[in-house]
Design a protein around this ligand. Structure first.
Ligand code: MN
Length: 231
């Protein structure tokens, strides 16, 4: 058998310090998962986590030591940065208990959940899906995956984002409303997780717009930095 059109290229993320890669299956994202970010978006309290997705081929894979390039997307004038810790699933499962969840995480990366905030806002207002705001091409810059065997599992640790050298977002993983483990518990009750799945765990407060020529530098303690230029 042969393909009738060109098969899409597999999406792979380099594993830090190795020649190996992490093949991506699905990209899940958690909405409003830090209290101060929930507040800045007009919400309060600990609502149950909710999820959306990006296509795997919307990722912009940024190898170690290089600066990724994200083209400024079409149809927006309010492109926002959201710096996030990303958990990479190594072992799948359904209805995973939070207490067992870390055993399902192969590693961690730094990611940016780039958002066309104007289109997302319009979708919210109309009660429409979020894809045009969240799942557009090049909307997910991501750095190399660091194995959990080297970093440990994330329950705390500094997370920050600078734009052109000025700090825009600065928080700590311990301030997640739903921890990585609790997020996996909720998500795996809705979808069967599989090896290769990524989970963008949510962004802290300080989201704001970027423009062409801006340099974004995201950091999570223990994961180095993610450098992305908006073109
Ligand atoms: Mn986000």
């Amino acid at each position: 058998m042969s393909h009738v059109v060109a098969a899409p290229a597999p999406v792979e993320i380099p594993v830090a310090g190795t020649q190996q890669t992490f093949p991506v299956r699905r990209v899940y994202c958690v909405g409003r998962n830090y209290v101060e970010h929930a507040k800045e978006m007009g919400f309060t309290g600990r609502e149950p986590p909710f999820f959306f997705m990006k296509p795997a081929d919307a990722l912009v894979v940024v190898p170690e030591g290089s600066t990724g390039v994200m083209p400024y997307p079409a149809r927006t004038s309010d492109l926002h940065h959201e710096i996030e810790l990303v958990a990479a699933i190594g072992k799948g499962g359904r209805n995973i208990a939070a207490a067992d969840a870390h055993a399902h995480v192969w590693g961690y990366a730094i990611g940016l959940d780039m958002t066309r905030r104007d289109l997302q806002g319009e979708a919210k207002k109309q009660g429409r899906p979020w894809e045009v705001g969240k799942a557009f091409d090049h909307s997910g810059p991501i750095g190399p995956i660091h194995p959990a065997s080297a970093t440990g599992h994330y329950e705390k640790g500094a997370i920050s984002l600078e734009v052109n050298g000025a700090t825009r977002q600065s928080s700590d993983i311990s301030l997640l409303i739903w921890s990585v483990a609790e997020t996996i518990e909720h998500l795996s009750s809705l979808f069967e997780l599989m090896p290769g799945d990524l989970i963008f765990t949510g962004t802290p407060e300080g989201v704001a717009a970027v423009g062409r020529g801006d340099l974004l530098v995201g950091k999570v303690a223990g994961l180095g930095e993610l450098r992305v230029k908006i073109d």
